[in-house]
Ligand binder design. Structure first.
Ligand code: NAP
Length: 458
């Protein structure tokens, strides 16, 4: 049993890091936890990923605050582990280090034309409309009438919805101001979402799919032919193995296919069994060519798409690839290039002592925010087991102040909890007169300036 207070660093203040900090504090109230974050602001994808019209989810930030920073967990924002402080230095200062760095980049389609202006990763668009400081200067030209979204996951539904919301709807949210204007003035009237497999395999969750049918200013369209399931999908959907989410998705899409359009200003078209093969255009995106697929059973029993000879082209000025996020390597920390995750056993980093991982960098970019709670508990349980069995020993430099001294040297603009609270206050106060949850500060300069107004951290 460790006699001294365990010192734990959590790297990444997104939902997974927050759930881990909260779980650890609940079990070991004596633990000194430092929450490192590359950005000056905490809560990761809750702030920078969750769509601005999903404010009920964003309110989780209050719970995270109460259960972590509000309980004495120290925030060290604007500090990049692996750059400002090395992994080896972290291990000198902490009994345990938990990596919760998420999946920082996107997957590419690998198609001709993918680099043309107008072809974007959905993750870039998401980060831009959410005011992520690294993406605030991107310029989205929404003058085209048709936008294509490739992928059938919840990020695709977020992108489609954000392109279809009205100015009034956007204006009630905390969408970044630079994005509010561009989205409100958008010329896009048709958003086509392409799924490479069928309705029975779509990765949407039910509430997100239902939302697409409830847009104020967009009719949803599904071709009745697309919801007629092939024999493989029919057998799957009727089997015990099919999750109710998948069955319900098929019901929702069948309902959409039977709908009469109401003549709303925008069209939201869900297409299935199609894969892009080329993004067309000379100086910018002018269209997309895709191939029609059929479904076949793979050797592992999964249902996979197989291209047919039938291809089709659609004019469009924008393509958003929304085919998943990808984790990135942290210098000094093991990394599996294939899965883009940190190899681990129940959260313990393989072959290491006192090093743990949680969230998307542990298990890959799947699951909703709540999924991270269970995932974090597994990692916390492993860390607690090791702490309690005295397997971890003491760090070479356990003094709480010496990390602060190191940071004063390496990153003098590190943001404390008080600094973040100052930012939070400024943003909320700016939003209040307009009935908005907050008006986000979107540049490092503005965030750091606001953070300086903080009373000194305890
Ligand atoms: P996702 O759920 O994994 O969906 C990725 C989609 O991309 C799948 O439909 C996949 O099809 C498709 N895809 C992959 N490679 C492709 C290719 N080469 N060509 C065409 N399509 C391809 O990923 P995500 O949408 O990025 O979401 C990540 C996680 O965050 C998910 O767990 C999601 O539920 C969660 N999330 C939740 C919310 C919410 O709760 N509101 C919002 C956003 C995100 P296949 O199935 O055929 O591979």
């Amino acid at each position: 049993m460790t006699e001294t207070r365990p010192r734990v660093a959590i790297v990444g203040a997104g939902p997974a890091g927050a759930f881990a900090a909260a779980g650890l504090l609940r079990a070991r109230g004596d633990a000194e936890i430092d929450l490192f974050e590359r950005l000056p602001t905490p809560w990761g994808l809750l702030r920078g990923g969750v769509a601005p019209d999903h404010q009920e989810i964003k309110r989780l930030e209050d719970l995270f605050d109460r259960q972590t920073l509000g309980r004495g967990c120290r925030f060290l924002g604007n500090v990049e582990v692996g750059v400002d402080v090395s992994h080896a230095e972290m291990m000198r200062h902490y009994t345990a280090v938990i990596y919760a760095t998420g999946a920082q980049t996107d997957k590419a389609l690998g198609l001709p034309g993918e680099d043309l202006p107008g072809s974007w990763a959905a993750t870039e668009f998401v980060a831009w409309y959410n005011g992520h400081p690294d993406y605030k200067d991107l310029e989205f030209d929404l003058s085209a009438e048709r936008a294509i979204v490739v992928g059938n996951g919840n990020v695709a539904t977020d992108v489609a919805r954000m392109l279809a919301l009205t100015r009034e709807e956007l204006a009630q949210t905390d969408v970044a101001d630079h994005a509010l204007e561009v989205l409100a003035e958008s010329n896009v009237t048709e958003i086509v979402v392409l799924g490479r497999r069928g309705p029975a395999q779509a990765a949407f969750t039910n509430p997100e799919l239902l939302e697409l049918g409830e847009m104020t200013d967009a009719d949803v369209f599904v071709d009745p032919g697309d919801v007629e399931l092939d024999p493989l999908s029919r057998a799957f959907i009727e089997s015990e193995a099919a999750h109710t989410t998948k069955k319900k998705n098929v019901d929702i899409l069948t309902g959409y296919a039977a709908r009469e359009p109401l003549g709303k200003r925008r069209r939201l078209v869900l297409r299935f069994l199609v894969s892009p093969v080329e993004i067309l255009g000379t100086d910018r995106v002018e269209g997309i060519r895709f191939v029609h697929n059929e479904l076949v059973e793979a050797d592992d029993g999964s249902i996979r798409p197989r291209p047919t000879d039938l291809t089709e082209e659609l004019d469009c000025g924008l393509v958003f690839r929304s085919i998943g996020y990808r984790g990135t390597r942290i210098p000094g920390v093991p990394f599996d290039e294939k899965s883009c995750t940190i190899p681990n056993e129940r959260g313990r980093i393989t072959g290491r002592t006192g090093e743990y991982t949680v969230g998307w960098i542990k298990r890959g970019p799947t699951g909703i925010i709540g999924t991270n709670k269970r995932d974090a508990q597994e990692t916390v349980d492993a860390a607690l087991e090791d702490l309690d069995s005295d397997r971890l020993g003491s760090p070479a430099d356990p003094d709480r102040d010496s990390m602060e001294a190191l940071l004063a040297e390496r990153q003098p603009d590190a943001v404390s909890y008080a600094g973040w609270q100052a930012v939070d206050r400024v943003e909320r106060e700016a939003g209040e007169p307009h009935g908005r949850p907050r008006v986000k500060l979107c540049s490092f300069e503005d965030l750091l300036e606001a953070a300086k107004d903080a009373t000194p951290a305890p």
